[in-house]
Write a protein that binds this ligand. Sequence first.
Ligand SMILES: NC(=O)c1ccc[n+]([C@@H]2O[C@H](COP(=O)([O-])OP(=O)(O)OC[C@H]3O[C@@H](n4cnc5c(N)ncnc54)[C@H](OP(=O)(O)O)[C@@H]3O)[C@@H](O)[C@H]2O)c1
Length: 316
Amino acid sequence: MSAPRRFGVLGTGFWAETCHGAALAAHPGVELVGFAGRDPARAAQVAGRVGGRGFASAQELIEAVDAVTIALPPHVQAPLAARAARAGRHVLLEKPLALDLAAADEVVAAVREGGVASLVHTTYLFQPDVTDWLARVRALAAEHGPWEGALARWAGTIDAPGNPYGASAWRRERGGLWDTGPHALSVLLELLPPVERVSAGRGARDAVNVALEHAGGAGSALSLTLTAPAGAGGSFATVWGPGGRHDLPRFHGTPQEGFARAVDRLRESAAGGRPDRLDAAYARDAVAVLVAVEEHLARPVGERTTAVARPPAGGR
Ligand SMILES: NC(=O)c1ccc[n+]([C@@H]2O[C@H](COP(=O)([O-])OP(=O)(O)OC[C@H]3O[C@@H](n4cnc5c(N)ncnc54)[C@H](OP(=O)(O)O)[C@@H]3O)[C@@H](O)[C@H]2O)c1
C-alpha cells in the first residue's frame, strides 16, 4: 500500500485550524485537500485562511481524500472516524478517542474492517524532549529494574481570559478527567504496565484524583483538572523505582511540529500495512481507564470512601 497523500480535516474549530490544518498545509509530503464541519460556510472560511477548500459535508470530504484528521469533540469524532475507516480512509485521531467504550470499540472494529491505518495524536509522545527522556528512563529501568510508581498532575486553565477552550461544551461537561487525563496516561503508560484497577475521589470544581493499579504491582496517581485557578495550571510528572526518581521535562517544540510527526507515523503505518502502537486500539484502552474512573466516581460516597472517625462526643 502507498502512503496516503491527500488529507482532509474534519472540524472547523480552533484546533482544527491552528494545529491540524496549519501542520498539513506546511507538510511537504501531503496535500491539504480541505475542511468539513457542521457549517459549510465556516469550513470555507477556515480553508480560505489555511488551505484547501471547504466541503459541504463530512461525507463529501471523506470521498475526496486518502486520510482524514479529526479535531472535533470526542463523541462527534468516534462515529465519523468509524465511517471514514469503513470507507477505506486512514484516520488520524485526537484524544480522547470517544466518551464511552461502545463508541471506542466501534472505531477499533471499523479500522480493522476497513483495513486502514489509525493513530491517535498523543501530543507529548510526538515531542523529542519527551521521547528522548522516555528512552533514557526506559534504559534505566532495563538496567536497574522496572519503575514502581509515578505521580502526575495535569491542570488546564480554561477559565483564563482568552483560553481557546473556554466555550468547549464537552470539556465543561466531562472535565479534566477526559481532557487532560489522556495526556497524563499517555506519558505514564510509556513507563508502567497496563492499568488493571482504578479508584478515585473528587476535588474542587472538576478536579479528580485517581489511583491506578498497574499489572505486576506498580501504582500511580493522577491529579486532573481543566479549571485550575490562575497561576495554578500546568503539568508535571515524576516516576520512581530502583533506577531513581525522574521528572518529565518540559517540551519546547510546537504542537504543529508534533502533529506533522504524527502525520508521518500514520503514513508509515499505512504504507507498511502494520498497525502503529498508538493506534485506535491503544486509544480505546485509554478510554477504558477513563470509563472505569467515572464508574468509580459514580458510586455512592459511602461505598467509594471510608469516613474518618470524628472526635468523641464531649470534646477532646
Ligand atoms: N492533542 C492536543 O494537545 C489537543 C489540543 C486541543 C484539542 N485537542 C483535541 O481536539 C479535539 C477538538 O478539540 P477542540 O478544543 O477544538 O474542541 P471544541 O472546542 O469542543 O470543539 C471543536 C469544534 O467542533 C465543533 N463542534 C462542537 N460541537 C459539535 C457538535 N456537537 N457537532 C459537530 N461539531 C461540533 C465546533 O466547530 P463549529 O462551531 O465550527 O462547528 C467546535 O469549534 C478534541 O478531541 C480535543 O481533545 C487536542
